[in-house]
Design a protein around this ligand. Structure first.
Ligand code: GUN
Ligand code: ZN
Length: 442
């Protein structure tokens, strides 16, 4: 009997080590014809098909992807689900973009039906992008977080998410009134944290939108809520940093605002961290914070160029964030294409092994989930993506006869959702690009 077992067959790759810490050319394991056996949501066996197949039951169902490339699912370490409908808003830098586009869009989530509709669209879009774990900002509305968790639970996705906390410098309809944000967060933690694969992130939006009292209350709640996360924004633009200096004149740095409120530590993920100095990088490492590198967003808003290689050399846990809607899409492949360009503008080179590490194991490390997700190996959760190196005529031409690393690089330079052939979540097929559209729900 195979029970709920399912296997994938085809070319596959995984990581031997962190390609930022040791030779990236040696970091990838490549199976030209692998068998990946999944059972009860986990990868239970992985190896060369010829060697492994005879040891498996004859009736094991096998999805064969001879033209595909099987890897671990992508981790999006920073994304705003309510901003999906305003992706690609014209012409502003961060603070004006928030006022002009973001806050009015998020205000629409006062309507629970709207929140439920966008949550469903968003999660299905993640699956089309091959993303199987995401750290997600909701809006200030409690029911908007409920909508996301409920749908992610139905799909079996591993989601870290939270209701945004903000109590100043935004339109009144988006501010937590006195004694609202923390009790709402407590109710959401009680309802969702640790339920299935769902995890809660206490989500003070960013220092300028939070009073000292709100940040301190968030820090207290984090200490009292074992296993929960913190997510917020840090040092995204120069103008934002100058504003933080005005609002918190006693703080020695932007990061120190969070540290003093008890909001820096393991399972805290700081979005962006573009304009940080070496002391900030050391503090991020010492406190154990993760950082979400959001290259598409940083290019789109003109925020700046993240010091990726410096952050990794300093020992900071760095993942990749789409940051939709400032980022222009949920595709990890496209976001990695932008990460490469950001590295080029810094005079550095992002090796394809390093790129894929960021989008998988790096994000898992930033979220402290590296023992469960982010690599393809027995015992890890069975969240997989099947990439298609021949998804478009341009990709097919570019990857003809290419080795693994060059194929991966081409996928980041030319690829997007079209190059995601299938996505498996907890050992089940959750997205099939080539299935008729009406089999996938809304
Ligand atoms: N800083 C505070 N809120 C946001 C947001 O929604 N997006 C981005 N990119 N930065 C922020
Ligand atoms: Zn963001």
């Amino acid at each position: 009997m195979t029970g709920g077992a399912l296997a994938l067959r085809g070319p596959a790759f995984a990581f031997r080590h962190d390609p930022f810490e040791a030779d990236p050319d040696d970091a990838l394991i490549h199976w030209p014809d692998a068998l990946v056996v999944m059972r009860d949501g986990l990868v239970t066996a992985l190896g060369d098909h010829a060697a492994l197949r005879p040891r498996q039951p004859d009736d094991l169902p096998v999805h064969h992807h001879p033209e595909g490339l099987i890897g671990t699912g992508f981790v999006d370490a920073h994304v705003h689900y309510p901003q999906m409908e305003m992706t690609g808003a014209f012409g502003e830098t961060l603070l004006d973009w928030l006022d002009r586009y973001t806050y009015p869009t998020e205000a629409r989530f006062a309507d629970p039906a709207h929140a439920a509709r966008i949550a469903a669209l968003f999660l299905r879009a993640l699956l089309r992008a091959g993303t199987t774990t995401a750290a997600v900002y909701c809006t200030v509305h409690e029911h908007a977080a409920d909508a996301l968790f409920a749908e992610a639970g139905r799909l079996g996705l591993r989601i870290v998410a939270g209701k945004v906390l903000m109590d100043r410098n935004a339109p009144p309809g988006l501010l937590d009134g006195a004694d609202h944000g923390i009790p709402a967060t407590q109710r959401l933690i009680a309802r969702w944290h640790g339920r299935g694969r769902l995890l809660y992130a206490i989500t003070p939006r960013f220092a300028p939108a939070c009073t000292d009292a709100a940040l301190e209350a968030a820090g207290r709640l984090w200490r009292e809520s074992p296993g929960t996360y913190v997510q917020t924004h840090l040092c995204e633009t120069e103008a934002e940093i100058a504003w933080v200096r005005e609002l918190f004149p006693a703080a020695p740095s932007y990061l120190a605002v969070y540290e003093r409120a008890g909001l820096a530590g393991p399972r805290a993920v700081m979005g962006h961290a573009v304009h940080v100095d070496d002391a900030d990088l050391s503090a991020l490492r010492e406190t154990g914070c993760g950082v979400a590198h959001c290259p598409s967003s940083n290019l789109f808003l003109g925020s700046g160029l993240f010091r990726l290689h410096d952050a990794k050399a300093a020992g900071v846990r760095v993942g990749l964030g789409s940051d939709v809607g400032a980022g222009t899409g949920l595709s990890a492949l496209r976001t990695l294409g932008d990460a490469y360009k950001v590295a080029r503008l810094r005079g550095a080179r992002l090796h394809p092994a390093q790129a894929f590490w960021l989008a998988t194991a790096g994000g898992a490390a930033a979220l402290r989930l590296e023992s469960r997700i982010g690599n393809l190996a027995p015992g890890m959760e069975a969240d997989l993506v099947v990439l298609d190196p021949r998804a478009t005529p341009e990709l097919a031409l570019r990857t003809e006869g290419a080795g693994l690393a060059d194929t991966l690089f081409a996928l980041t330079a030319l690829g997007d959702e079209r190059a995601v052939r299938a996505t498996y979540v907890a050992g089940r097929l959750a997205h099939d690009r080539d299935a008729p559209a009406d089999t996938e729900g809304p």
